[in-house]
Structures are given as structure tokens and as C-alpha cells.
Design a protein around this ligand. Structure first.
Ligand code: CAA
Length: 290
């Protein structure tokens, strides 16, 4: 059973985005959520669970929600008691994409000059592992957000896609880049140019997700994996994530060199001595994250 409680961990007021400063003033007691469009809970040791919570719009991603999500991710990343982050939505929708109502009347000069979606990639700057638990629709920006995670699990009824072409636009938060790298050029091009969607079985077969669970078990299973990850040495986990992601940007030789440097650097940590001692002494490791 998941123990749900409200997030009370925050930076000082002047470090918060404007919407959250306003919320903090509005909700001064810890019994109320600091956020309007997401919920932040700590369902298990070392795990932060961020739930997109805009049900009437199928969690359509608009600026206030993105700012809250970024704030929650930054808070979890800088919280030493957190080792892994889970992002989820509702059983009907992870997120049905960027908010079309927010975008409809924007002009080229507005989106270009203000760099409209510049804040959408915060998840990719988080050092701790992020797991996406996708039930229902993950379309457009919702699919792109899921693909920014390090691991994606899907509910049996999950629907993935980049349907932007049907709106007269193309994906703008990484869809043409990350989907292509994850499932290959032909499949990604077909999805992006037709606007067709992908069900959970296809997403698993094509390597977009690593497991499928019944909708009511998905978040719990994702939290279980996040808990396991959070139980390992934090520096080793972060180094592994960093090495994997660096390797996706560069050629094999550079990636191998980078991996080896990180591997060597972990010999400077307490957790390396502890992990190896615990193995030899046939006891569980007591990692400290340093
Ligand atoms: N933006 C704003 N509102 C949205 C939305 C979105 N992306 N997706 C759904 N909603 C709203 C609907 O407008 C509707 O609100 P109202 O009741 O006020 O009309 C409510 O959510 C429920 O939606 P539907 O009635 O359409 O529900 P449905 O079950 O019939 O269909 C759906 C579900 C197939 C997901 C459909 O809502 C849909 O196609 N949504 C749009 C998906 C999309 O095109 N996403 C890409 C957006 S562009 C983008 O993301 C750009 C980028 O890369 C950054």
C-alpha cells in the first residue's frame, strides 16, 4: 500500500518559479499541496512520485504545469533522501500533449522570440534516474516527456504517438529526435508523418518501453523498480545514467573512454569500498551515497 503524503520540501521562496511563489503564499500550511497541476508524494523510501494532475484536459501540458513539474524535479534532484523519481499521470492519460488551447493563437514571433518550449526539457537535466509510468494517452508532448525519462513502463492500455502532423505542426520537444533513436528511422517516420498511434504491445516490441503492467498495478510496479534503484549507491547510479546518456551523444570510442573515467572515479567513493566489502563479508551493503 502506498503511503501518500504531500511534498513539503522546497527551496527558499525567491528561488521558486512565479506560479509557485504565488502558491506558497496561498498555501502556507504543509497540509495543502504547493502545486495546482501536479501532486508530489513520497510513496517509498528514496522515491519521489510526481503525478500530473489536470484531469479535465487529459493532463495537457501548459506552461504553469511545466513550471511546477520543473520545480518538483529540481527539488527531488537536490534532495539527498531521494534516489529515483517516478512521473505518472492518470489511468486515462499520462499526458495528451502540449495544450492546444494555449498554443492555438500564438504567432511565430511569440513562440520564436520567447522560445516557447525552452523550459520543457528540465527532465533531461536531472541527475537522478527518472521512470515514467504511462497509463492511457502519451501523445505529442506527453510522449516526448515520457521519452525524456530513463525507463518507461506502460499500462496495458497505453497509447503512444506524435500526432502533431494532424495539427499542422511537427513535434517540438524531441519527438523527431528521441523517437527515431529509440525505435528506428522507418518506424518513427511512419508514426510522425501519419500521426498514427502505438499501443503498449507494439511499444514493447519496438523497444520504446521496457515492460507492460495492468493499469492498476503500473504505478506500484514502477515504484518498486524506483525503490530498488534508490537502494543502490547514489553516485554509482548517477554515474551509470550519465555514462549511458553521454554514450548516446557520441561515438563508441568516446563513450567507452567516458565510461572508463567514471568507473575509475567511483573508486574514490565510500560506496565502492562498502559494496565490495559487503560482498566479501556476505552481508547487505550499507550505501551512504558518498
Ligand atoms: N490540449 C488541450 N486540451 C486537450 C488536449 C490537448 N493536447 N487533449 C485533450 N484535451 C482536452 C479536450 O479538448 C477535452 O476538453 P473539453 O472537454 O473542454 O472539450 C478533454 O481534454 C477531453 O478530450 P476529448 O474529449 O478529446 O477526449 P477523447 O477521449 O475523445 O480523445 C484524445 C482523447 C485522443 C487524447 C484527444 O483528446 C486528442 O486527440 N487530443 C490531442 C492530442 C494531440 O494532438 N497532442 C499533440 C499536441 S501538440 C504537441 O504536443 C506539440 C509538442 O510536441 C510540444
Amino acid at each position: 500500500m502506498l503511503s501518500m503524503f504531500r511534498c513539503t520540501c522546497h527551496k527558499s521562496l525567491n528561488q521558486l518559479p512565479i506560479t509557485n511563489r504565488w502558491n506558497k503564499a496561498k498555501f502556507s500550511t504543509s497540509s495543502r499541496s504547493l502545486y495546482d497541476h501536479i501532486l508530489v508524494n513520497r510513496p517509498a523510501k528514496g522515491v519521489s512520485l510526481v503525478t500530473l494532475n489536470r484531469p479535465k484536459s487529459l493532463n495537457a501540458l501548459f506552461t504553469p504545469l511545466i513550471l511546477e513539474l520543473n520545480d518538483a524535479l529540481q527539488s527531488a534532484d537536490s534532495d539527498s533522501s531521494i534516489g529515483a523519481i517516478v512521473i505518472t499521470g492518470s489511468e486515462r492519460a499520462f499526458a495528451a500533449g502540449a495544450d492546444i488551447k494555449e498554443m492555438k493563437d500564438k504567432t511565430f514571433s511569440e513562440v520564436y522570440e520567447q522560445n516557447f518550449i525552452r523550459n520543457w526539457s528540465e527532465a533531461t537535466r536531472v541527475k537522478k534516474p527518472i521512470l515514467a509510468a504511462v497509463n492511457g494517452y502519451a501523445l505529442g508532448g506527453g510522449c516526448e516527456l515520457a521519452m525524456m525519462a530513463d525507463i518507461i513502463y506502460a499500462g496495458e492500455k497505453a497509447v503512444f504517438g506524435q500526432p502533431e502532423i494532424k495539427l499542422g505542426i511537427i513535434p517540438g520537444a524531441g519527438g523527431t529526435q528521441r523517437l527515431t533513436r529509440l525505435i528506428g528511422k522507418s518506424r518513427a517516420t511512419e508514426l510522425i508523418l501519419t500521426g498514427k498511434t502505438l499501443n503498449a504491445e507494439q511499444a514493447l516490441a519496438w523497444g520504446l518501453v521496457s515492460a507492460i503492467y495492468p493499469p492498476d498495478k503500473l504505478v506500484e510496479e514502477t515504484i518498486n523498480t524506483a525503490t530498488l534503484i534508490a537502494s543502490h549507491g547514489r553516485l554509482a547510479v548517477q554515474a551509470a545514467k550519465e555514462s549511458i546518456n553521454y554514450g548516446l551523444q557520441v561515438g563508441l570510442e568516446d563513450g567507452l573512454l567516458y565510461e572508463r573515467k567514471l568507473f575509475y572515479s567511483l573508486f574514490a567513493t565510500h560506496d565502492q569500498k562498502e559494496g565490495m566489502s559487503a560482498f566479501i563479508e556476505k552481508r547487505p551493503s550499507k550505501f551512504k551515497g558518498n
